[in-house]
Design a binder for this molecule. Sequence first.
Ligand SMILES: Nc1ncnc2c1ncn2[C@@H]1O[C@H](COP(=O)(O)OP(=O)(O)O)[C@@H](O)[C@H]1O
Ligand SMILES: [Mg+2]
Length: 234
Amino acid sequence: MSLIELKHVVGGYGGAPILNGVDIAIEQSDIGVIVGPNGAGKSTTLKAIFGLLKVTGGTITFAGEEITNSLPDRLVPRGLSFVPQEKNVFTSMSVEENLEMGAFTRRDDFSDTMAWVYQMFPVLKEKRRQPAGELSGGQRQMVAMGRALMSKPKLLMLDEPSAGLSPRYVIEIFETIVRVNTEGVGILMVEQNARQALAFASRGFVLANGQNRFTGTGPELIADPEVARSFLGG
Ligand SMILES: Nc1ncnc2c1ncn2[C@@H]1O[C@H](COP(=O)(O)OP(=O)(O)O)[C@@H](O)[C@H]1O
Ligand SMILES: [Mg+2]
């Protein structure tokens, strides 16, 4: 059974649908990467899963339960966490306060989880008393991921985690994502650095016009001449 499964999901923002039947299935061991042209509906797909827009057709199941149109406050305690592309850290709060915010749904002692996050992101431990806004773009992205991990998710969704980062930090953030996955967290992410991200994707999805165009392992998609020509710039 898949950890998350979207079956023919249709939805949008009130006008004509943006998603016209999206199918995605990944396991907790997977790194799933969604690529496709600007406006394809990649971010909309993640928002639809997280209950941030209305799904008008199809179903979404997570960890064996249907969650179609469930709201984030129901989804986070069930093990789903989302890092949106923008405004994903509180810049005036310290790194550690940002992490504490990520544990807001928990009533138990989360010190073990914080230690786990600091072990995956050692630089955040070093800078834990600094305002998040003083960190580099790559480190701020780590704060956002760390905060999302404080709810101990089964699945972490990331919208363009490498956006705006210099090549060195793109590699670092991708390495960090692989490390998080190795710790048992499923990943479903959207990326513009498509070729680089598909290289480590166990599941890859090419979306265009709100529909699946190609599905396979990341390396299979990279090796497909039609995918390469139409979606990866040759
Ligand atoms: N909040 C919104 N309200 C209305 N339309 C939106 C909204 N956000 C995105 N769209 C539209 O949905 C389509 C898909 O957008 P998006 O999912 O953000 O694409 P991308 O694949 O680049 O992430 C675009 O045509 C965009 O203009
Ligand atoms: Mg987007």
